[in-house]
Design a protein around this ligand. Structure first.
Ligand SMILES: Nc1ncnc2c1ncn2[C@@H]1O[C@H](COP(=O)(O)OP(=O)(O)O)[C@@H](O)[C@H]1O
Ligand SMILES: [Mg+2]
Length: 284
């Protein structure tokens, strides 16, 4: 399973899983992502690192089409995703679930209903509004919560849970979509070290057991080194490193973070607060 990602260029014609080619996103004169290219030929566990403002969130948001591409291409299993519109775009968004630093749960709603909202891409808005879920959907939501060790939290309001538990609810909501890719934008940046470990262990386990691709923006090097098969480093919108954790030496990290001799491995980046666009996309 843990094969090296050599031979990224498919000569046989078999499609690579995820291909990013010359991807750029402009915000006015600023290129948040600047001509980025990489290919993932299997469902790995990928970390994206870089200082705040490097373009990590914009890259993830383009992959799941929350943000439009200015130029370049994204394709998945040989099919273009950067040009999808309407129902086809929503279907793609159903396949790549998103997890955020601030969890983005509905705080006053119970945990089980928050998880069931992962089905919003697949069910009618009306059914969601009135919390009309099938028995099978409810059973599946509870089974996912059980799998993540938080079944007993199901009837509680999301806001009553600890941060680590809330992030596991967000992961459960993502799993409810049965996604091919999980995109996690700084999933542990708001958690204490113990909860951070539980959440990373959970993501890794989902990857190992289900074979789902995970792409996580991470703010600490040690987390990237510990959990990822492959690390992509971004600086000023460009990809400046793409390799294994072994190749991610302190010197390389210093280059990615653009730090001087005072560079510390504890360097962190801060994500944007709650993600309004995602909430809007979920509820539209
Ligand atoms: N919606 C936006 N409008 C204008 N500029 C943006 C927007 N989103 C991101 N940017 C800018 O793009 C750059 C990259 O941002 P971002 O992708 O959030 O970086 P990171 O997640 O690595 O911190 C930053 O300079 C940021 O200010
Ligand atoms: Mg960010």
């Amino acid at each position: 399973m843990n094969t090296a990602h050599a031979g990224d260029d498919t000569k046989s014609g078999a499609p690579n899983m995820l291909t990013i080619r010359n991807l750029t996103r402009q915000f006015g004169a600023k290129a948040a992502v600047d001509n980025a290219s990489f290919t993932l030929d299997r469902a790995g566990f990928i970390g994206i690192i870089g200082r705040s403002g490097a373009g990590k969130s914009t890259l993830l948001r383009m992959i799941n089409r929350l943000t439009d591409v200015s130029s370049g291409e994204i394709s998945f299993e040989g099919r273009p995703v950067s040009t999808l519109t309407g129902a086809a775009k929503r279907q793609w968004q159903g396949q790549c679930a998103m997890i955020f630093q601030q969890f983005n749960l509905v705080p006053r709603m119970d945990v089980a209903s928050n998880v069931l909202h992962g089905l919003l891409n697949k069910r009618s808005t009306l059914a969601a509004m009135f919390n009309i879920w099938s028995d099978a959907d409810i059973a599946r939501a509870l089974a996912i919560l059980d799998r993540l060790g938080i079944a007993e939290q199901a009837p509680k309001r999301a806001e009553a849970l600890s941060g680590g538990q809330q992030q596991r609810v967000a992961i459960a909501r993502a799993l409810m979509q049965d996604p091919k890719i999980i995109l996690a934008d700084e999933p542990i940046a708001s958690l204490d070290p113990m909860n951070a470990q539980v959440v990373m262990d959970t993501l890794r386990r989902i990857h190992d057991e289900d074979g789902r691709m995970v792409i996580a923006n991470l703010h600490t090097l040690d987390t990237a080194r510990r959990y990822c098969d492959r690390v992509i480093g971004m600086r000023d919108g460009r990809i400046v490193f793409d390799g294994t954790p072994d190749q991610l030496t302190t010197g390389v990290a210093r280059d990615i973070y653009g730090a001087d001799a005072s560079f510390s491995e504890a360097t962190t980046s801060t994500a944007l607060p709650a993600d309004r666009a995602y909430a809007e996309a979920m509820l539209s």
